[in-house]
Write a protein that binds this ligand. Structure first.
Ligand code: ADP
Ligand code: MG
Length: 204
């Protein structure tokens, strides 16, 4: 245990960002999950609250994007606006040394027009709630054809809140050969069903 982040095949800018935040060694979910995620595998990450799941999927998706390509390459779905804001903030901190990485938050209860304008500027990563993201996908203001990583954060809460149909609609517009990462504090049977329908040979 107590494995440093520097053992991971991460881009130097991300290792610098991690050092800047002050993280030294990985939490257990990061230590077990990051090597698999960095290989491009689909992963189910189950760990209790406060175990460092955000940095686990955050580092994987930030390492996977091509900053030169200003298209949505990673999408993080969260159950609430508050969580989406927290995740976006954590990603921005991790990406602080990756210049020109644009991270956009799309949630309900915020002006739609402002979101359209932000989407027109282009971005690399979108974080938000399934309802509003689904609306942008339906209206083609958010295109997912360049998506390489899709994350469901707090998947159990999203299922509890009845977001399954919106999540499936969004996934329908995403490329089949994407990487799908599913994070959850609990693992009830409906999460297993969800995983089977959206992931390929996931590692738990
Ligand atoms: P979870 O999503 O599993 O509930 P978070 O990702 O929100 O947990 O992380 C909980 C806290 O742990 C955050 O304050 C985060 O900054 C901190 N943290 C994450 N990874 C590390 C690490 N490797 N070393 C020290 N602190 C960490
Ligand atoms: Mg979390």
């Amino acid at each position: 245990m107590s494995v440093p982040f520097t053992t991971l095949p991460l881009r130097p800018e991300l290792l610098q960002g991690i050092a800047q935040i002050g993280y030294e060694t990985m939490t257990p979910i990061q230590e077990k999950g990051l090597p698999l995620m960095l290989e491009g595998q689909d992963v189910i990450g189950q760990a209790k609250t406060g175990s460092g799941k955000t940095a686990a999927f955050g580092l994987a998706l930030l390492n996977a994007i091509d900053p030169e390509l200003r298209k949505t390459q990673a999408l993080v779905l969260c159950p609430t606006r508050e969580l989406a804001d927290q995740v976006a903030m954590a990603l921005r901190q991790l990406a602080q040394r990756m210049s020109n990485t644009r991270i956009l938050t799309l949630c309900g209860g915020r002006p739609y027009r402002d979101q359209l304008a932000a989407l027109e500027h282009g971005n690399h990563i979108v974080v938000g709630t399934p309802g509003r993201i689904g609306k942008h996908v339906q209206k083609r203001s958010l295109r997912l054809r360049d998506l390489s990583v899709l994350v469901l954060d707090e998947a159990d809460r999203m299922m509890d809140m009845g977001f399954i149909d919106q999540v499936m609609d969004i996934l329908y517009h995403a490329p089949i050969d994407r990487q799908t990462l599913l994070f959850s504090a609990t693992f009830p049977p409906e999460i297993e069903v969800l995983s089977t329908s959206i992931q390929r040979r996931p590692q738990t």
